[in-house]
Design a protein around this ligand. Structure first.
Ligand code: T3D
Length: 261
């Protein structure tokens, strides 16, 4: 369908960003990181996109940084600069998007590939999907946001164990730990993911953006601060045309059409 290492497709208000280097389980090269960042930017600014699905082609979701990059002597490569140039802007952009993001985890997610899945709002995984904080297995430490997202999702102790052992967490454990939102048969992965994506894409965009920010804010603030933030956002939400539309539709017993204003 495409010879690009990152595919970008928009259908029915949902953008799909697909890593496309199946031979390496979608290991990330600079070219792919650039393509991924460009695709996320495009999804962010396109008026016709209201939800984003990130996935991998082939049997893997993403195996993290391409290990060929580490072939030289230790310290030869400026890894800090590489993180600053490629991973940090990408992860920040993905995590701060106002639009909902779903990682459609079709297979193994390892190292920074797992970080990418964690930076999305939701994770829908196919049976057989696996997760590893593979960094430690090559003598490195979690990066690309894993140390931030993982303990928040599954708790400190489990996150520490994953990061310190590089253990492979299977699909059922991932579900039990809250690492993924849904676990579905492989043949239903696309249907289940796009069903969620469309529900979100047809929701009220301004409220959805604020809900994301409100929840993230609630994780790191006290109750008083959270109540203030909720009030601030609720005042804004109550002034939207989408809110009026929803109330009108409720009494008319018709589905609301949200336009993001
Ligand atoms: O640079 C920076 O800015 C720092 C950033 C660092 C971030 C990181 O992500 S560090 C962590 C990097 N990732 C890893 O260490 C994971 C390496 N891969 C694996 O451990 C395993 O491949 C998996 C557990 C992911 C999957 O295992 P399995 O048995 O299902 O598949 P496989 O046979 O190991 O891999 C299939 C092919 O993909 C294989 O190639 P071949 O032999 O068929 O020609 C393998 O070499 C290739 N592959 C897998 N992962 C990578 C890779 N090639 C390059 N880079 C990879 N990360």
């Amino acid at each position: 369908m495409s010879d690009q290492s990152v595919e970008f497709i928009v259908e029915e208000s949902v953008a799909t960003i697909a890593l496309n280097n199946p031979e390496t389980l979608n290991a990330l090269t600079d070219e792919m990181l650039e393509g991924l960042t460009a695709a996320v930017k495009q999804a962010e600014k396109s008026q016709s996109v209201r939800a984003i699905v990130l996935t991998g082609r082939g049997r893997g979701f993403c195996s993290g940084q391409n290990l060929k990059t580490f072939a030289g002597e230790p310290g030869e490569r400026d890894i800090g600069q590489h993180l600053d140039t490629y991973y940090h802007p990408l992860i920040q952009r993905l995590a701060n998007l106002e639009k909902p993001t779903i990682a459609m985890v079709n297979g193994v997610a390892a190292g920074a590939g797992m970080s990418l899945a964690l930076a999305c709002d939701y994770r829908v995984a196919a049976e057989g999907a696996r997760f590893s904080q593979a960094f430690v297995r090559i003598g490195l430490v979690p990066d690309s946001g894993s140390s931030y997202f993982l303990p928040r999702l599954i708790g400190y102790s489990r996150a520490l164990e994953m990061a310190s052992t590089g253990m492979m967490v299977d699909d059922k454990t991932a579900l039990a730990w809250g690492l993924i939102n849904r676990l579905v048969p492989a043949e239903s992965l696309a249907d289940e993911t796009y069903s969620l994506a469309k529900t979100l894409a047809f929701g009220p965009p301004l409220a959805l953006g604020m809900i994301k920010r409100e929840m993230a804010y609630g994780l790191s603030h006290n109750l008083t601060e959270a109540l203030v933030r909720e009030k601030d956002f609720q005042i804004r939400a109550a002034q939207t045309q989408d809110h009026r539309e929803a109330i009108k539709s409720f009494f008319a017993k018709t589905p609301p059409v949200f336009e993001g204003r």
